[in-house]
Every structure is written in structure tokens, then in C-alpha cells.
Design a protein around this ligand. Sequence first.
Ligand code: SF4
Length: 313
Amino acid sequence: MLPEDKIKIGISACLLGEKVRYDGKHSLDHYLKYTLGRYIQWIPVCPEVECGLPVPREPMHLIGSPENPRLITKYTGVDYTDLMNRWIKKKLRELQKEGLCGFVFKSRSPSSGLMKVKIKEPDGRVRMGRGLFARAFVERFPELPVEDDQRLQNPDLRKNFFLRVYVYKRWKELIKRNNKKTALVKFHERHKLILMAHSLQRLREMETLLSSTDLSHKKLINKYFLLLMETLKLRSTMKKNYAVLQHILRHLRQALSIDETDELRESFEDYKRGRVPLIVPVTLINHYARKYNISYIEDQYYLRAFPENFTLD
Ligand code: SF4
């Protein structure tokens, strides 16, 4: 893959092996750096070092209300909140121009942690929240796909994150190239089965939205985009995917021979019973959609959500 074809995703720098942690070590994630690095241009960010703190340094924690905690060193009580917030403001402006399609945060860090970061309240209670940078990032780019390294260990969450990343990328390209309604409808058509695999109800809502005539084009685009990204966050289950496979079969049946239909049905049942992964029926569908030139199915991103050889296993 050419460097310019790689997708740009921000990442906590220590996950790429940079020795920027408070103890002078790194938190290298081999899979992210080396396996996915073939497809992704990682943009490393270390809030603590980039705001001017040294390596090694005293570890820090968050103290105060979960809505507005302070970033304080653990043993000497130095408050770095203002220094960090000044840097965050500047950094978010820079990142805006990077054209990121997602961000992977280091879990549990008081600066970079995306969720379940411990925050000590003045009365001694411990609540959970976000690190200062992660929190500001999510507020500034609410629709951008984000995850943390720990959650990405889960295959379903990993697939969901990268699915959102690639849909987000295609959306941004669409808006840049041609944001006319016909292009939007075409985009929707090609993502229909992916959306169905997340929520049939949301898919219907999106179709109602697209057929409405009382919204300005700008409002329609904004509403559609919000619904799109929210829908993709919903879990795609075996039951939902099985329903999608049945939907596909209804479109292919006319063209297939009896033996081919039986073969497809068998692979669907094997998937339903957990004997084979989803890729097995999807590969067969791809084959038959191409063989019989069923363009509605052939064009679906459901059949090829990621670039060729992009491996999430
Ligand atoms: S967790 Fe964030 S702040 Fe801490 S070392 Fe990694 S990138 Fe830097």
C-alpha cells in the first residue's frame, strides 16, 4: 500500500514503542504498530511529553470532580492542569488539520485514558472518568471513532472500531468530492447492509430522513452523518447478521441454481450455529454476486468493509 493511501489515525505515542512513559518505558502494541501499520499511518501524540514534562517524571493522578479534575503529581502534589490544558488547546487545533479518521488512546492514563480513569474526589471517593486530553479530544471531535488499546483486544470491539474508521473515511471523501443528494443516496445504498447488521430500525430512520423534503441540504447531511456514526456504534450480532444474509439470499435466489442456493443456505446455517465465521458465507456471496452480476449485492461494503488483506484477527 502506498503511504498516501494509508488511513490516518492518531495514537498515544507510548503504544508505538516511544519511551515516553513516566518511568521511561514504552507500552508497545505489536499488533497496532506492525500488523495494522501496513494500512495505517499512525500519528503519535504524547500529551505529557509534548506539554513539556520530562522523561522520566513523577507519576500523576486526577483529583477533584469527575467533570473538572486536576492533574496532580502523586507524591509532591504539583498541579500540571493549566500547563496541560494550554497545550491541549493548541494541539487540538493542529490535529483538526491532520484529517484523522480515528484515535487509539492508552488506557487508564490520567492524560490519555478514554474511560474508567480513576478520579479521586476531595471526600476520598473514587469515580471513573476520562484523562484530560482524551476528554477534550472527544468533546472537540464527537463523531470521530475512538477506542483504547485494552478494548481493542476484544475482536468484536476491534472490528467495530475499524469499521467505523473506514466508513468515516469514505464519508469524508464523499463530502469533499460531491455532497449532492444523489451522491449521498448512493453512499447510503452501498452501506445499507452494514447498517442493517447494526440496527434495522436505525436504517429505516435514515431512509425516512433521506426521503424528507422539509430539511435544508446542510441539515440533512449533518443529521444523516450523526445517525450514521451512532448506528455503527451499536452491536452487530450473529442474529442481525443472519437476517442480513437472508436478505441477500432473497436478492440472489432468482439467479442461483438449486444447488447453489442450497450451498449458500448451508453456509448460513453453519454460521448461525457458530461452526464457521461470517467471512465464510460472505465469501460465497461475493462469488455468486460477481458470477451473476447482481450489482446491488456486489456494491455493498458489507462484503468488503476493509481493504484487501486487512487483517483484524
Ligand atoms: S499514556 Fe499518554 S501521556 Fe502517558 S506516556 Fe502514553 S502517550 Fe504519553
